[in-house]
Ligand binder design. Structure first.
Ligand code: FAD
Length: 376
């Protein structure tokens, strides 16, 4: 009932915003997304979609399309950085074809989500940066950077790490530097590894190196994490000299060196820990995805949590009489799950850098990995 005749405004056309808009449009809502970028595009990087995230995409009719653009992941291997021997491995296929694990190029995923949103009748307004958000009355208001003011019946903040909607609901909470930075890059795969279906994590002292195949296996996604004392800024797009990455991982296995040698461009970013926002909704406004609970990348669950949020939020909105009832149901359903996952991701940050020995073996036996997360 709640959705009929209401104008729902979503801030942000990222993974969370496009998905919630599509889920709501499928349930009969009229949805408009405001996005600051002048075109919908993504950084060149890979993303892992575990079965719980795939379940949402399949329920929204995107299962076959995702299969056609993604690489099926079959295994996770944690390897010693120097010897290459397995420290721990996990079968990602254990639950069969109904629960597949995928490696996807972020740009491919975002285009798929955009196409699905437009096909469902969602209006996407690009090039509209929101400067200010006011949730002090039952009619949330957005102020755009050209001065235009927009009143919303319902506002959903899917505006990511530096969310203005989260700040309007909770005030500013400064993030804490984790003492880790990460490089990411995509390189052509070696001819003899085009059939690769494993995500490999090479663990060294104070650093680790992750690689997995993308698209038809012709590309390899790289994420390399190093401990550091200082970092200035948080963000995805700080270009760095690839030689810095090569130097940091010079002691790693020859197959890692072969990948590093191919890197022409790389981005470096600082990893920050943000608290889960205590308040997710008020006065017909709510937040989802990174806006509500930014997640470190060590469990590959940030985007997947945004997908789950979108589904639960859309369902709550169809069941409840008022937006605030729906949002309370949504926060109650989601809060402890995302808090547990964020904690597990933070523990993995430490586990990946343990030195060889019995403690490392024990810790990895208990490692939390994406495929352990059951679809809801
Ligand atoms: P975002 O994707 O950040 O989207 C927010 C959108 O809002 C953007 O389009 C932005 O332009 C727009 N916006 C922001 N502010 C404004 C404004 N003021 N006005 C208008 N528009 C605005 N997760 C996984 O599940 N699996 C993985 O393998 C994985 N790997 C990762 C690897 C790395 C290196 C990183 C950094 C993250 C990874 N994640 C992964 C996490 C995942 O990328 C994020 O959790 C996910 O993108 C969050 O989606 P979102 O829609 O909440 O926010």
């Amino acid at each position: 009932m709640l959705l009929i005749g209401q104008k729902i405004s979503v801030l942000g056309a990222g993974i969370g915003g496009l998905t919630v808009a599509t889920a709501l449009a499928h349930r009969g809502a009229q949805v408009t997304i405001y996005e600051q970028a002048s075109e919908i595009k993504e950084v060149g990087a890979g993303i892992q979609i575990s079965p719980n995230g795939f379940a949402v995409l399949r329920a929204l009719g995107m299962g076959d399309a995702l299969r056609s653009i993604a690489r099926r992941g079959r295994r996770v291997e944690l390897l010693d950085f120097r010897r290459g021997g397995p420290v721990f491995s996990l079968d990602l296929d254990v639950n069969g074809d109904g629960f597949p694990y995928y490696f996807v190029h972020r740009a491919d995923l975002i285009y798929l989500l955009e196409e699905a949103a437009r096909a469902a009748g969602v209006e996407i307004i690009l090039g509209q940066r929101v400067e200010a958000v006011d949730v002090s009355s039952a009619t949330p208001r957005l102020k755009l950077d050209d001065g235009t003011e927009i009143s919303c019946d319902v506002l959903l903040g899917a505006d990511g790490l530096h969310s203005k909607v989260r700040a309007a609901l909770n005030g500013e909470a400064p993030p804490r530097f984790t003492g880790q930075v990460a490089w990411r890059a995509i390189v052509p795969s070696a001819e003899n590894s085009r059939n690769e279906t494993t995500v490999k994590v090479y663990m060294g002292p104070g650093c680790h190196f992750v690689c997995y195949p993308l698209r038809d296996g012709s590309m390899t996604n790289i994420v390399a994490v190093q401990e550091r004392d200082l970092w200035a800024d948080e963000g995805w797009n700080h270009a760095d000299n690839p030689d810095n990455l090569r130097t940091a991982f010079a002691g790693f296995r020859p197959e890692v060196q072969a990948l590093l040698a191919k890197i022409e461009d790389t981005q470096l970013w600082g990893l920050f820990r943000h608290p889960v926002a205590p308040i997710w909704h008020k006065n017909n406004a709510a937040i989802l995805g990174d806006a509500a609970h930014p997640t470190l990348p060590f469990l590959a669950q940030g985007a997947v949590m945004a997908l789950e949020d979108a589904w639960v939020l859309a369902d709550a909105m169809i069941m409840a009489e008022t937006a605030d009832q729906a949002f309370a149901l949504y926060q109650n359903t989601r809060f402890s799950r995302v808090s547990r996952i964020i904690e597990a991701a933070s523990q993995n940050a430490r586990n990946y850098h343990l030195r060889p020995g019995p403690f490392r073996t024990l810790a990895h036996g208990a490692l939390k990995l994406g495929s352990h997360i059951a679809p809801q």
